[in-house]
Design a protein around this ligand. Structure first.
Ligand code: PEP
Length: 261
């Protein structure tokens, strides 16, 4: 399916994904209901997904049943099941009503020592379970200062993605680590350059138009900057952390795709 981004360029149908991280008790479900109720009855001009903590996947999927808002997980184990205390299996997320899972988020890479091959193993398991993998890549401030942004992102893509990915089973999110939760964002020119590099790296490996895989930008997206960031060529949506916790802000970002918005 193709659509139009706020900048007017045609491309894959956009998606806005909320990552609640380790935030949200049952009371937070009211925000998700407000998101659902705030979308046009005919559906938003973008796909919308919320990735709550694992404890809320099942109940959120129930609450959002029949709506246009999908549910995703934030991580899964590389094994399908077994003796892995405290971990969540891809099949459990699917069973709970999730259709996707975020993998390789920089907070997992930094806080849990996940390397590219760990991420790739999880992507393979997520695909086998029937989930779409939302695979995160992005450089640190130090790597950026050293002029290594594209090198790092290309290396992460090469190592984190298995062969044979498709537009249906994989989404890539470019999230500069220094922009996550900081209020800082790259210039639109910087985002355009990195997304063009990702598009070309995926094109070399998966074929024309990067195999149709959607490329998200993530890092301090908010209603006030969504329209310009999401209008950049080869940006097909956003991965949103902090601003996804309140329905008003999340809907404000989704509205970047509303011609009247
Ligand atoms: C994220 O963690 O994926 C993220 C983009 O966070 P924030 O929007 O808060 O920068």
């Amino acid at each position: 399916m193709s659509s139009t981004n706020p900048g007017g360029a045609a491309g894959p149908h956009p998606i806005v994904v909320g990552n609640w991280k380790m935030n949200g008790l049952k009371t937070a479900l009211t925000e998700a209901v407000k998101v659902k109720d705030g979308l046009p009855a005919a559906g938003a001009p973008v796909d919308v997904m919320i990735c709550p903590p694992a404890t809320l996947v099942l109940v959120l999927a129930e609450v959002l049943k029949g709506s246009h808002v999908r549910v995703g997980g934030q991580d899964c184990h590389a094994a399908a099941s077994g003796a892995f205390t405290g971990d969540v299996a891809a099949g459990m997320l699917l069973d709970g009503g999730a259709s996707a899972v975020i993998l390789g988020h920089s907070e997992r890479r930094a806080g849990h020592g996940e390397r590219d091959w760990d991420v790739r193993a999880k992507v393979v398991t997520a695909h086998a379970a029937g989930l779409t993998a939302i695979v995160c890549v992005g450089e640190t401030a130090g790597e950026r200062a050293a002029g290594l942004t594209e090198t790092v992102v290309r290396r992460q893509l090469a190592g984190s993605l298995p062969d044979g990915i498709t537009a249906a089973n994989t989404i890539v999110a470019y999230e500069p680590v220094w922009a996550i939760g900081t209020g800082l964002t790259p210039t639109t020119g910087d985002v355009a350059a990195v997304h063009a590099a990702i598009h070309s790296a995926l094109g070399e490996r998966y074929g024309k138009d990067a195999g149709g895989v959607r490329l998200l930008y993530g890092g301090s997206v908010k209603p006030s900057n969504a329209r310009e960031l999401l209008g950049v060529p080869h940006v097909h949506g956003a991965l949103v952390g902090g601003a996804s916790l309140t329905a008003a802000d999340f809907l404000g970002i989704i509205k970047a795709y509303d011609a009247a918005g």
